[in-house]
Ligand binder design. Structure first.
Ligand code: ATP
Ligand code: HMH
Ligand code: MG
Length: 557
């Protein structure tokens, strides 16, 4: 059932399920939420009367598709809800056949309502007869009848791979599928499955109660399960004693692999099994080999558990974790609630390695002094530093900035921003295009673009930037061959810009006031380099500038 070499088509911004059909006349506008202002990047799918989709540019995008056949968990940590989140996190489309609805929370399972078999069959037919499914993943299959229905449908609608998570008992000890399904697993599903992923108890149940307590028992169990006719076996060791690493045993019939990761100390492990299996399915759907898929899935679970180790949801002993951590870029670790607040542009400090060298300051000392003096945003502009040193310096500056609730941006270097999880980047007109930076950085990061003209400001807005920097307002030596636009040029750009603006170029304590007084509401502050960093005491100079800006703003109001 499983082969290699599938084409890998992942939509970056737009997800269009293959063969999507809708009722006559329905128009569907699919846009990335961050760039829906951009008329150039809109993709329309117009559903024609004959049901065949067409796009305005006549190209369709196939995305990998996993169908999960599982139970709903009202607490949304495991089951269908975990599967949807795991697939979304891995960039894969996920359709769902719900086999049971459970009333469940972090305390345990309070009730189970099994969906009638014919209605499970109806859901399967709806999905499989219409959509192209790459991989089927199964979770809670509460009756032998449902196992049989699944078996029949997979014969009628073959898919590339079948991942079976033989869910039987929840971690809270509640039964989700009784021993009667064991026969169905053994006879119908195992011979068809590409991989089965039992935890210790489930492996033991499938092997008629053989005791599995140690890693060595897991190895033997993996071999015995393989003998039952399944191609690959992953015996999960989440339930091994807490003192041990999180060890899983993978057996492909030839080699036994001991897959080890550190055991994250957290109560938030509800749904690890469902997530692992869905992730395996997602990677297979994208074209990975089985061992690759298992390794990626294990790493994903470990990373998500680590990221979520301190979150608190529910009062019971086992909480859910956060699958979508990539979308949040440490939001809850940094304590930053708002992604970008234009008032952060008020006193914008831009570092300069030459000036720091001249005054014997390290980057992080200079940044610390600026932040303590009242800088409201910091940009690291390090033109002559090794990349490795830049990443290290950025990490330590990030800690300082986070402690003060000040965003940290990186000049030009999207790679460095990603490597240290900075809050964003500032790019110039000859750097990477802003829309490409946005695609790489995702919707959460801050992007600023240097603009000298209304046209550039318009382009920055279209590309999904958050603010623009405009200058040089005054002549400056910091940047060679930099055209001075003057206060008039600044005003023209501000009036044309739909984005907030920070003024830059030769601004210092003595001339900052007229800048703030140009009287355009979207001018939010000034960016400075030498005014604060070309001095012995960065703290004092920043304080002075802060006072001037505060006075000027009060006068304007
Ligand atoms: N504390 C932990 N730290 C790191 N990895 C863990 C931890 N707990 C479980 N895992 C990993 O999570 C994956 C799922 O294993 P586990 O044995 O928890 O499955 P499960 O019992 O089916 O989970 P559940 O039924 O709660 O969804 C395995 O790869 C396991 O090694
Ligand atoms: C619905 C459902 N499926 C699977 C599990 C196993 O974690 C669970 N607790 N609930
Ligand atoms: Mg499980």
């Amino acid at each position: 059932m499983w082969g290699e070499g599938f084409s890998l088509n992942i939509a970056l911004c737009v997800s269009v399920p293959q063969g999507f059909r809708q009722s006559k006349g329905l128009s569907l506008l699919l846009v990335n939420s961050r760039i829906n202002r951009n008329k150039h990047t809109r993709i329309f799918m117009e559903m024609q009367g004959n049901g065949s989709p067409t796009t305005s540019n006549q190209s369709t995008i196939n995305i990998p598709h996993v169908l999960t056949v599982a139970g709903s968990d009202s607490g949304a940590g495991a089951g269908i809800q975990a599967d949807l989140k795991a697939c979304a996190a891995r960039g894969v489309y996920c359709s769902t056949v719900i086999t049971a609805v459970t009333a469940q929370n972090t305390v345990g399972v309070q009730g189970v309502n099994v969906v009638p078999e014919d209605f499970v069959a109806e859901q399967m037919k709806s999905v499989l007869s219409d959509m192209h499914v790459d991989v089927v993943k199964t979770g809670m299959l509460p009756s032998i009848g449902i196992v049989k229905i699944l078996h029949q449908h997979l014969r009628e609608y073959p898919v590339r791979a079948l991942v079976v998570d033989p869910v039987m008992v929840s971690t809270s000890g509640d039964v989700l599928a009784g021993p009667s399904v064991l026969a169905g697993f053994r006879e119908d599903l195992l011979p068809m499955a590409d991989i089965i992923t039992p935890n210790l108890k489930e492996a033991s149940a499938l092997l008629d109660g053989v005791k599995i307590k140690t890693v060595s028992d897991m190895r033997s169990a993996a071999k015995l399960l393989h003998d039952m006719g399944v191609r690959n076996v992953l015996v999960k060791g989440g339930d091994l004693p807490d003192s041990l690493d999180a060890v899983d045993i993978f057996f492909d019939g030839e080699h036994l692999y001991e897959l080890r990761s550190s055991r994250i100390k957290t109560r938030n492990t509800h749904g690890t099994g469902c997530t692992l299996a869905s992730c395996i399915a997602a990677e297979l759907a994208k074209g990975a080999s089985m061992l690759e898929a298992v390794k990626v899935a294990k790493c994903f679970v470990e990373t998500a558990l680590d990221y979520s180790k301190e979150i608190f949801i529910g009062n019971g002993p086992q909480g859910p974790f956060d699958h979508l951590m990539k979308l949040k870029s440490n939001a809850h670790n940094s304590g930053r609630q708002v992604r970008f607040n234009p008032s952060d542009l008020f006193l914008y400090a831009v570092t300069d390695s030459g000036m720091n060298r001249r005054w014997g300051h390290s980057i992080s000392d200079a940044v610390k002094a600026a932040v303590q003096g009242g800088a409201t945003i910091v940009q690291l502009r390090e033109k002559d530093i090794d990349t490795r040193d830049f990443v290290e310096a950025a990490k330590s500056c990030l800690q300082i900035c986070r402690a003060h609730g000040v965003p940290l941006l990186i000049n030009d270097r999207i790679d460095v921003a990603l490597a240290c999880d900075a809050d964003g980047v500032h790019i110039g007109q000859s750097d990477m295009p802003a829309h490409t930076a946005r695609a790489l950085l995702g919707p959460e990061k801050i992007i600023g673009v240097s603009c000298k003209t209304p046209e550039q400001a318009e382009q920055a807005w279209i590309a999904g930037a958050d603010y623009i920097g405009c200058g040089g307002v005054y002549p400056t030596n910091t940047k060679a061959n930099n055209l001075t636009v003057g206060l008039d040029g600044l005003k023209t750009v501000c009036l044309a810009s739909k984005l907030p603006v920070v003024a830059i170029g030769g601004i210092k304590v003595s001339n900052a006031r007229p800048v703030m007084e140009i009287g355009v509401p979207n001018l939010k502050g000034v960016a400075v380099v030498s005014a604060i960093f070309d001095s012995e005491c960065v703290l004092t100079e920043t304080r002075k500038l802060h006072a001037v800006l505060t006075e000027a703003t009060a006068a304007v109001k």
